[in-house]
Design a protein around this ligand. Structure first.
Ligand code: NAD
Length: 475
């Protein structure tokens, strides 16, 4: 059985009391690895190691070229070990291996390349003044960063946090989700192999409340907390972080809308709507889980969308033909099926659905649920989409904005004026027009309302992971 350990101060270590928990493969529903179960002690050791590496080690004092070289080396190693990294995420949470190999691992390696180069090339302000004062700004690394990650895109979201934090000279303690510890462990080992000094990237495993996660959020030696996960967890972390006034950056839950206008190219709209609703079995913060379709194309769209959803192949995530693996855990399977049971009991008409033995759920299309239905208002985080008709653009925008989340929105239309008008009216941190999930890492990424606090990406990551200092000099 595989043994997954902490990586602290350059060494693979067990927990002090030898405690472990099991890593369950959601396809076999059996444990395939034991994981060191960290608590406050291991989290504090990891923070101490990161503190020493920051205060006394070379990392924050290296040039951007030197750090960049090491981060590029890490990206090379991730690509060389891509099959193992991908399999780790697939075994941990059931995502199709083809997606893990084809998308998650390359994007994760790219996160290191992008942020290494971006930090090296970034400019800071210089403000010449006729008064004889010379003003310039500097961006010093913030210190020790705690990165707390979710399970839905384990490696990709961890590297999205770790890469900019390291590129800007910080040291990091990464706490992966308890369901998906494996790829973070491999990443920690590869970082050492790439030549990152001990203590620069530490990985500590464990749970959230009363465990390693919470311990990181209350440690006064942590200078930044970057968190991706549920909105409720974000609230708990905000409360914990307030005690030390630790700055936080939150990427939280979503309930994305997808507006299909009757002038849209339906081939494009159907294929992106399928990907947005059911990709990664709907376990995507950006999922287009609320579909709104203009009346003129409602029937045609619904028929084509339902056919395409029904054609998605369910099965072993390691089989290249599989598009939908099992849901990530038994607990999550129960949560998603609970939403569906409630929607059916409430009388909603559902197209598709059903499952397979185990924690599988086929795509479900809930037709025109009542405005207050939980399936329409709350994040299901599974292959479940609601489908509601609308008549006018104003109505579509009002329906789309009727959510406490504000992370992602899609608009399908061939009318350029409408595309700009609607994109500018949506209460959403990200709007995709006639596409989905295309990411430019220079752009701000984050959500409004319950979907987050702050933005990361490009210079936005620099703002969070550094302390800006203004120097005003009389010359
Ligand atoms: P979660 O909030 O349950 O857990 C996320 C992480 O937080 C885990 O590592 C967990 O151990 C830790 N944690 C839990 N309680 C904690 C506490 N009190 N203190 C410190 N750490 C704690 O989320 P999840 O179920 O792993 O992930 C799914 C959620 O993540 C969904 O809501 C999804 O929308 C969201 N998400 C958001 C984005 C985004 O970019 N906005 C991206 C991916 C996922």
């Amino acid at each position: 059985m595989t043994e997954i350990k902490h990586v602290i101060d350059g060494a693979e270590v067990d927990s002090a009391d030898g405690a472990v928990f099991h890593d369950i493969d959601p396809y076999t529903r059996e444990s395939y690895a034991t994981v060191a179960l960290g608590g406050a002690r291991e989290a504090d050791l990891a923070v101490d190691a990161a503190r020493r590496a920051f205060d006394q080690g070379p990392w924050p004092r290296l040039s951007f070229e030197q750090r960049g070289k090491l981060l590029h080396r890490l990206a090379d190693l991730m690509e060389e070990n891509g099959a193992e990294l991908a399999l780790a995420d697939t075994q941990d949470m059931g995502k199709p291996l083809t997606a893990a190999i084809g998308k998650d691992v390359p994007r994760s390696a790219h996160n290191f390349r992008f942020f290494a180069d971006h930090a090296r090339l970034a400019e800071s302000q210089h403000l010449p003044s006729p008064t004889g004062h010379h003003v310039y700004s500097e961006h010093a690394p913030a210190g020790v960063v705690a990165a707390i990650a979710p399970w839905n895109f384990p490696l990709m979201l961890e590297t999205w946090k770790v890469a900019p934090a390291l590129a800007w000279g910080n040291t990091v303690v990464l706490k992966p989700a308890e369901d998906t510890p494996h790829s973070a462990y491999l990443l920690g080992k590869l970082a050492l192999e790439a030549g990152l000094p001990p203590g620069v990237l530490n990985v500590v495993h464990g749970f959230g409340p009363d465990s390693a996660g919470e311990a990181l959020t209350v440690n006064p030696d942590v200078d930044r907390i970057t968190f991706t996960g549920e909105s409720g967890t974000g609230r708990a972390i905000a409360r914990a972080a307030a005690a030390n006034l630790t700055p936080v950056s939150f990427e939280l839950g979503g309930k994305g809308c997808n507006l299909i206008f009757d002038d849209a190219d339906l081939d494009t709209a159907v294929s992106w709507a399928i990907e947005a609703a059911f990709g990664n079995s709907g376990q995507v913060c950006l999922a287009g889980s609320r579909l709104y379709v203009q009346r003129g194309v409602y029937e045609e769209f619904t028929a084509r969308f339902a056919d395409a959803a029904a054609a998605m192949t369910l099965g072993d995530p390691k089989d290249p033909a599989t598009r939908l693996g099992p849901l990530a855990s038994e607990e999550h399977y129960r949560k998603v099926t609970g939403f569906l049971d409630e929607a059916s009991t409430g009388g909603a008409k559902v197209l598709g659905g059903g499952g397979a033995p185990g924690w599988f759920v086929r795509p479900n299309i809930v037709l025109d649920p009542p405005r207050e239905a939980r399936v329409l208002r709350e994040e299901v985080f599974g292959p479940v989409v609601t489908l509601t008709p609308f008549d006018t653009e104003e109505e579509a925008v009002a329906l789309a904005n009727d959510s406490r989340y504000g992370l992602s929105a899609m608009v399908f239309t061939d009318n350029l004026h409408r595309a700009h008008r609607v994109a500018g009216s949506l209460r959403s941190g990200n709007v995709w027009v006639n596409c989905f999930f295309v990411r430019d890492l220079r752009a701000p990424f984050g959500g409004m309302g319950d979907s987050g606090m702050g933005r990361e990406g490009g210079l936005f990551s620099r703002e969070f992971f550094t302390e800006a200092r203004t120097v005003t000099m009389r010359i």
